[in-house]
Design a protein around this ligand. Structure first.
Ligand SMILES: Nc1ncnc2c1ncn2[C@@H]1O[C@H](COP(=O)(O)OP(=O)(O)O)[C@@H](O)[C@H]1O
Ligand SMILES: C=C(OP(=O)(O)O)C(=O)O
Ligand SMILES: [K+]
Ligand SMILES: [Mg+2]
Length: 592
């Protein structure tokens, strides 16, 4: 049976049917360019399970090029409507991305996804069409890991994401993630991987080996390696994917016997353990931000990335230092600094690090190599909770869907792990290898999306509002008023079961205070600048719009209502609560 979809031309408007997919349980269909420039299409009916409904997406580029992509299951029938395109975002005076707009129209306010999604971009996803497919699939933030790839490659990816935003109306933010001073292996002379077998003797050395690389030799990036290790130490590759025991040291060369065989991957992380704990010798003194990282940071500032994630943060000082460095150089274009919690020191100084940062990442990959694995889940819970209390966005990262690097469906355990992160109400989930170099990046993203929507819905239906105590975060009286307004507005929104919260915010602060309350309804965040709008894309439940507004709330509201009504995103009678950081009040009203 053919795997392609039945697709009808727009001349047969207004309804088309995408019929029955083959017997396989899931079929992904790629972005299909709609043949006409005069129409765009909306999926108007989906007779499918939750998972599929959540996964059906419509793309209207706003400049004529239109397509659909998503995941459909067997026997899934969707009706597709074709109609003339509306005004493009900028022309209509309000900017919101095409995917959100379609989601709002299709599913209504209540079922929009609240959990944000980050994709690491790599060889599997750096093409323009591949990036576009991720954006259509719900990617809110694109991450580039400075451990990998060249300057030219990073620049190309940033340029493509920016172009995608401009041409197709997305607001995908860019996160740059520093390499940090971790100890890792070299590039393996171009090989994709090398197998280390049980009992083999391998040489790890800071010496650069010639090409072809001599057999069973590994180059290490850290000069002090041979001095730091001792005979008898255990050497863990990628937190234990492969293990060696140090048997001899000869000058810069460290001879090791493989005790747990496996695949060695280029630039894999190395840690060494002695008597059951992580060895922290001279390597613990390496700077959090290396000289290479500073060059990368300068590059990130010049490119105007939205977030810089700092690897292996040990203390709040380094974050404060970086923030003032950025402030002095980026002239107003605020770049948010995300602290990656992935070391023993970062756990020790957790509260002050999070306090100093603009957000945090639970970087479970390296964290799991630095603390016993069974301690990672409780660390995650603690970090997520603390970030919420301190009103900082938090990302749960690494191995969420690791098996999908190779397989088209996740393991049940992976789905449970994703569910747990959503249930903890983390702001964002992140894909690493799954999207950077996996075989099924779009499917992995679709799984994150459908699991998020399903768990969020379940949470609302069961009315499982956790009674988290939200301590005061405001430092001034004005801040305290804003905070009280947001707490009360969110509570009212839940009690009155309103359709949406509206927040008018210049800096994004009021929007984050509302997001922190994790209300039942979505939060429409109106902001005047494109950069704040992109930054808000990381935070739970916020639907960021760019809109010019004044100090007069009455006219702001009227303008918003008419713009959103014209786009079919709200309708007369919808109940809305509005707050703003210009006028400290809460307004409850029906859309006229
Ligand atoms: N820019 C890139 N170029 C090539 N490969 C990449 C790139 N980014 C990521 N990858 C691949 O994806 C894997 C997972 O990404 P990530 O988790 O960010 O890195 P790491 O495994 O180094 O912590 C990497 O190990 C690498 O194989
Ligand atoms: C996200 C992480 O950092 P990186 O991928 O840069 O090692 C991690 O260690 O989990
Ligand atoms: K990194
Ligand atoms: Mg890491």
């Amino acid at each position: 049976m053919s795997r392609s979809l039945q697709f009808f031309t727009p001349s047969r408007a207004p309804y088309f049917t995408l019929h029955k997919l083959p017997s396989t349980s899931y079929t992904r269909f790629p972005v299909i360019n709609f043949p006409s420039k005069k129409h765009h299409i909306t999926i108007t009916k989906s007779l499918s399970s939750d998972l599929d409904a959540a996964s059906s997406q419509v793309l209207d580029s706003g400049n004529g090029q239109t397509g659909v992509s998503g995941v459909l299951s067997a026997d899934n029938v969707v009706a597709v409507q074709s109609h003339a395109p509306s005004e493009s975002g900028a022309a209509a005076g309000i900017e919101v991305d095409a995917v959100t707009e379609a989601e709002l129209k299709e599913n209504g306010f209540r079922s929009t996804r609240r959990t944000k999604l980050i994709c690491t971009i790599g060889p599997a996803t750096c093409g323009f069409e591949q990036l576009e497919a991720l954006a259509v699939g719900g990617m809110n933030v694109a991450r580039i890991n400075m451990c990998h790839g060249t300057r030219e490659w990073h620049q190309m990816v940033i340029e493509r994401v920016r172009r995608l935003n401009e041409e197709k109306g997305f607001a995908v933010a860019i996160m740059m993630d520093t390499e940090g001073s971790e100890i890792h292996m070299g590039d393996l002379g171009g090989a994709a991987s090398v197998k280390a077998e049980d009992g083999e003797i391998w040489t790890f050395s800071v010496r650069a080996f010639g090409t072809p690389r001599p057999e069973r030799t590994i180059n290490v990036n850290y000069d002090g390696f041979a001095e730091d290790v001792k005979v008898g130490d255990e050497l863990l590759v990628d937190g234990g994917m492969v293990r060696f025991e140090v048997i001899e040291k000869i000058g810069p060369d460290v001879k090791c016997r493989c005790t747990d065989p496996g695949l060695l991957l280029p630039r894999a992380n190395l840690t060494f353990w002695r008597d059951g704990s992580l060895v922290r010798e001279r390597n613990a003194m390496l700077p959090t931000i290396s000289s290479k990282d500073w060059l990368d940071i300068d590059f990130g500032i010049a490119e105007g990335v939205d977030f810089i994630a700092i690897s292996f943060v040990k203390s709040a000082e380094v974050i404060k230092h970086l923030k003032s460095y950025i402030a002095a150089r980026s002239r107003g274009s605020d770049i948010a600094v995300i602290a990656k919690i992935e070391s023993i020191d970062s756990l020790k100084n957790l509260e002050e690090i999070i306090q100093a940062s603009d957000g945090a990442m639970v970087a479970r990959g390296d964290l799991g190599a630095q603390i016993p694995l069974e301690q990672v889940p409780s660390a995650q819970q603690k970090i997520v909770q603390l970030c919420r209390q301190l009103n900082k966005p938090v990302i749960v990262a690494s191995q969420l869907l690791e098996s999908m690097i190779e397989y088209p469906t996740p393991t049940r355990a992976e789905v449970a792990d994703v569910s747990e992160a959503v249930r903890q109400r983390a702001d964002a989930l992140m894909l690493s290898g799954e999207s950077a170099m996996g075989q099924y990046p779009d499917k992995a993203l679709a799984v994150l999306r459908s699991v998020s929507v399903r768990i969020e819905k379940w949470w609302r239906e069961e009315k499982r509002h956790e009674a988290m105590v939200l301590p005061d975060v405001g430092t001034s009286f004005a801040d305290s008023i804003s905070e009280e307004i947001c707490n009360s507005a969110a509570k009212m929104a839940n009690n009155l079961e309103v359709d949406a919260l509206f927040v008018y915010t210049k800096t994004g602060h009021m929007a984050s205070l509302l997001s922190r309350c994790r209300p039942d309804c979505p939060i429409f965040a109106f902001t005047t600048t494109t950069s704040v709008r992109r930054r808000l894309n990381l935070q739970w439940g916020l639907i960021p719009f760019r809109l010019g507004f004044s100090d007069d709330m009455e006219s702001n509201l009227n303008k918003t209502f008419s713009l959103l009504k014209a786009r079919g995103m709200i309708k007369s009678g919808d109940l809305v609560i509005a707050v703003s950081d210009m006028l400290q009040s809460i307004q409850v009203m029906n859309v006229p």
